[in-house]
Write a protein that binds this ligand. Structure first.
Ligand code: ADP
Ligand code: MG
Length: 684
């Protein structure tokens, strides 16, 4: 019945059905769930004598007379006179002669329109009317909160509104509420059928709010339930090994670190360790702003695996980051006598073969590499933990691929694009989330400014004279686009030879040979270079605390998260740092981005702004966001409801397997919504 074609509804027919299809409405169900885009409050009616010139309002009156006035140019204008005993009003009807049959003498109407006072008489030619022949509660276009719908050419709002009302009256009561009473009580929700009626025709704003809350709840609830199912499926798996906190590596590691863990780091390390010691595989997201110290947290986790005789993997999105991590990690773990290796795409065949062999034999404890680590047929001796760094660069699929290797390792994914917690719950809903909420203390401030390039270069000179190092970045949209690289390299050469001939300048970009990159990076880390001119390949991971200036050229072209990530490369030492944005910010959005960058260095705030500016689809990148398609919910503003759905989804699954008949409608809705491509729904 709900799937039946709208064409067969009374008053529709093939032509109107086609117009409705333009709105995405094909079935009765589509029509009933074609929600208002906004509402107009037409509850207040005025006495005609109180209506001002130019005012938009409603009145209630009786028709007392009609007149047709013929002019030379026009065919005839119908004038209808009404009164409410306070004064008269005239409806001026152009090309609406048919109204003379409808608004006959003696008929009572409610009118809503824009009124003008002409020669002391009230007039309107722009109005909606509704005949009052029953009780007030039958009115749908006037004297109430009126729903406004998105339209298409040829489709009239009154027609659509009436059609929806008729269809609701006829069909809504046979809809079924998928939620059992217990869930409605827990979440304090109204009845579904009530909601579906009230969302179109609310009696007051409170009713509208309740209806929205219910329907938004349903939308997110199904999604969260699906995620909870998936999570439960993963949790059911058992690891073939258990961990004990031996501290044979962890204690010496802590002793060699030049700092103590921050309280925030300690908290997340505890969360991770407790997951790792569980018999079920860990599936945790670690988020924290750039520079918050995620790497040492990951190392602690890796060492727990290694001290229990397991192997660990660090997987990163780019070769350069893999290399950077390798250099860092090796240094930090040097005194521990464990074997760390790098596996990179550009490596010689023989070297690769040796590493693969050693991995298989268990001679390597920690391996660092790019996603090629999971794509190629690499075998581990005893894989225990996989750390995926900079998750935002990886797709959901790659995560799944790993898990599907059948090894059930613990998985820790790290992201430097922090997102508001509730959003993380939705996007990474199948993961547990740990958040590092504060950066280590004692770091210098980062001052962000917008300058012309000449002044920026002057700043660079000043800092270099003080012994600091600088980045000058030409961000690229696509690091593999050779045309772009070429243009960048030309600029890089110019900087090196013409602008900073007196300084030690190095160049680093994505298309250099691996060995060249490595040398360049080591030089910069070793302070053999003053300035590194580079592309966005340094966006992630590079860590040089003496670098205090970053000039970002063409910064107007880049998104907030890229800019923030880049900026995160400085401000890592105790000195004050300078981030300088160069570029013309002409569009509204570009200016907005600049404002945000100048105003805050808080990654969570920036992510929120970014999300607001670009919308969730763009923000997460289409291939990887895994966001639900939403008809009514809003992933950014509906936090409260999302939290609630998540809580109740997991409660429900703890309590039930959805085998109880109370839940059969939910199960049907899940299948309907997510289809058979989500095979994991059959779990449990
Ligand atoms: P990110 O979270 O961006 O990956 P890193 O792990 O690269 O951050 O850490 C940034 C810098 O902060 C590194 O130089 C690291 O050694 C340092 N660091 C990490 N933890 C602490 C701490 N507790 N106290 C001081 N410095 C720290
Ligand atoms: Mg990092």
């Amino acid at each position: 019945m709900f799937k039946s074609d709208v064409q067969y509804l009374k008053g529709v027919g093939p032509r109107k059905a086609e117009l409705l299809e333009n709105l995405g409405v094909k079935t009765v169900y589509d029509l009933i769930t074609y929600f208002p885009k906004e509402y107009e409050d037409r509850r207040q009616l005025k006495k005609i004598s109180q209506v001002q010139d130019g005012e938009e309002t409603g009145i209630q009156a009786q028709v007392i007379n009609q007149k047709i006035i013929y002019t030379r140019k026009r065919n005839g204008i119908l004038k209808i006179f009404l009164t409410d005993n306070s004064e008269e009003v005239v409806l001026v009807c152009f090309n609406q002669m048919y109204l003379s049959d409808i608004l006959k003498k003696g008929v009572n109407v409610v009118l809503h329109g824009k009124f003008e006072r002409k020669l002391a008489r009230l007039e309107t030619s722009n109005f909606t009317y509704e005949i009052l022949d029953g009780s007030d509660s039958d009115l749908i276009h006037t004297k109430r909160i009126v729903p406004i719908y998105g339209l298409t050419k040829g489709l009239n709002i009154k027609f659509l509104r009436s059609l929806i009302k008729r269809t609701l009256d006829k069909y809504a009561d046979s809809f079924q509420d998928m939620l059992p009473g217990i869930i409605k009580d827990e979440a304090n929700l109204c009845d579904y059928i009530w909601a579906i009626k009230k969302i179109h025709f609310p009696g007051d704003w409170e009713e509208k709010r309740k209806a929205y809350r219910r329907l938004i709840f349903d939308e997110f609830f199904l999604f969260q339930l699906a995620l909870a199912f998936k999570k439960k499926g993963i949790k059911k798996k058992k690891k073939s090994f258990t961990y004990r906190l031996k501290r044979t590596l962890l204690t010496p590691f802590r002793q060699t670190l030049p700092f103590d863990f921050t309280p925030a780091q300690k908290k997340v390390i505890n969360e991770i360790f407790s997951d790792m010691q569980s018999i079920h595989p860990m599936n945790r997201l670690l988020q924290g702003d750039v520079g918050s110290g995620k790497t040492v947290v990951a190392l602690a986790a890796l060492l727990l695996a290694v001290e229990n005789g397991r192997q660990g993997v660090i997987m990163v999105p780019t070769e350069i980051l893999a290399m950077q991590h390798y250099i860092n990690v090796e240094k930090m773990l040097a005194s521990l006598k464990i074997k760390v290796e790098l596996l990179a795409g550009g490596m010689g065949k023989r070297e690769k073969k040796r590493i693969c062999q050693e991995l298989k034999e268990g001679k390597i404890d920690i391996i660092i590499g790019t996603h090629s680590l999971i794509q190629e047929g690499i075998d581990f001796f005893r894989l225990g933990l996989v750390v995926i760094d900079e998750q935002h660069k990886f797709g959901v699929n790659q995560r799944a691929l790993l898990r599907n290797k059948g090894l059930n390792p613990d998985v820790l994914v790290m992201t430097a694009t922090p997102i508001p917690r509730t959003l993380a719950l939705t996007v990474y809903g199948d993961l547990d989330v740990s958040t590092i909420s504060e950066c280590p203390k004692g770091r210098g401030e980062i001052i962000t400014q917008w300058m012309k390039d000449k002044r920026a270069y002057k700043k660079v000179s000043e800092e270099v004279k003080k012994g600091r190092q600088c980045y000058i970045v030409y961000p690229l949209v696509d690091e593999s686009d050779s045309l772009q690289i070429k243009a960048a390299v030309k600029m890089l050469e110019k900087l090196k030879n013409e602008i900073f001939p007196d300084y030690r300048v190095g160049i680093l970009h994505g298309q250099m040979k691996k060995q060249e990159k490595k040398i360049m990076m080591e030089k910069f880390v070793g302070k053999e270079l003053d300035i590194l001119v580079t592309t966005s390949i340094i966006e992630v991971g590079i860590d040089v605390s003496n670098a205090t200036v970053m000039v970002i050229e063409n910064s107007n072209r880049f998104g907030l998260s890229t800019l923030h990530q880049l900026r995160g490369r400085i401000g890592r030492g105790k000195h004050t740092s300078h981030c300088i944005l160069v570029g013309e910010f002409k569009t509204f959005e570009a200016r907005k981005r600049k404002e945000v960058m100048l105003a805050t260095a808080d990654g969570f705030k920036i992510a929120e702004e970014d999300l607001r500016l670009r919308g969730p689809g763009e923000f997460f990148g289409t291939q990887q966001h895994g966001l639900p398609e939403l008809k009514i919910g809003n992933i950014i503003t509906d936090f409260e409801i999302i939290e609630k759905t998540r809580e109740i989804a997991s409660k429900t699954l703890e309590r039930e397997n959805l085998t109880n008949s109370d839940y059969s409608k939910i199960k049907d809705a899940l299948w309907e919504r997510f289809g058979s491509n989500l095979k994991w729904l059959s779990v449990g």
